[in-house]
Design a protein around this ligand. Structure first.
Ligand SMILES: [Mg+2]
Length: 267
């Protein structure tokens, strides 16, 4: 699978790289990340670093990457919040009212928008940790059913990898699905594995799909999502990688790396 990854990477002009589970887990860096990025630079590959993590603003995420000694520019980071801002401006025009169910820090990425906590045009949902409860769901339910607010989910992840010994943790997808079920209204989902997210990242890079690969630790969201969008999908065996989940999946990656450290030897 490593040889397959080498062949597919050789044809690429650019890369999308997942962050969480590829370059770090929680606040612990995965070894080899910096060398991999330096190799990308020396090969002249354009890249965007993506994540479905919605617990921090772009500024905070950029500071975290720098503190982990990862030489990544702010304009190389492409998050669901940034993609959502583009989507909201396109769909709702200049002055939409939003209800933001987001981590306080992530709200900074939506600072240009008006907020309305009763009758918003749309509710934007991201990670709020363990603060989910019945009152929150009831309030969202009313906004959608009584006032016709649209549901915008920054992503619809099933689970994520927390640092040891916590293991896999329930993600916001369960709450999004619950709200869709109760209201009968589908959410607009922004982040991976949505094809539109990969297309926006590709547009940002100004590259065609055939010359682009995604590297991530999630067989479905990173690899499967990228392949559906016409990119190559390469899996790393770190972060949320579990052999049994890969075995159960219908997705066949275009290469597998033990970790991001392999990238420096493959390019
Ligand atoms: Mg990941």
């Amino acid at each position: 699978m490593m040889e397959l990854a080498r062949r597919n990477l050789a044809q690429c002009e650019g890369l999308l790289l997942d962050l969480n589970g590829v370059f770090y887990v929680d606040d612990a860096a995965i070894p080899g990340g910096r060398a991999a990025i330096e190799r990308l630079r020396s090969r002249g590959l354009a890249c965007r670093f993506t994540t479905n993590t919605t617990t921090s603003s772009l500024d905070t995420l950029h500071r975290k990457l720098n503190s982990l000694d990862l030489p990544i520019q702010k304009d190389e980071i492409f998050t669901p919040a940034q993609a959502a801002v583009v989507y909201i401006r396109r769909e709702f025009g200049d002055d939409p009212a939003l209800h933001l169910l987001l981590d306080e820090d992530t709200k900074r990425d939506f600072a240009d928008f008006r907020q309305d906590h009763t009758n918003p045009d749309a509710i934007v949902i991201g990670d709020i940790g363990d603060r989910w409860n019945y009152q929150i769901m009831q309030r969202l339910f009313e906004m959608v059913t009584t006032f016709g607010a649209r549901i915008i989910a920054l992503h619809k992840g099933r689970y994520w990898q927390a640092g040891a010994p916590s293991g896999l943790r329930l993600d916001i997808g369960a709450f999004i699905a619950g709200l869709e079920y109760a209201t009968g209204k589908p959410a607009v989902v922004i982040g991976k594995p949505e094809t539109s997210f990969f297309e926006m990242a590709r547009a940002d890079l100004k590259l065609s799909g055939e010359s682009l690969a995604m590297i991530g630790d999630d067989i479905e969201s990173d690899v499967g999502g990228a392949q559906r969008a016409g990119l190559k999908g390469i899996l790393v065996k770190t972060g949320k990688y579990r052999p049994e989940m890969v075995a159960r999946s219908a997705v066949r990656p275009d290469g597998v790396l033990e970790s991001i450290a392999d990238l420096a030897h493959l390019l």
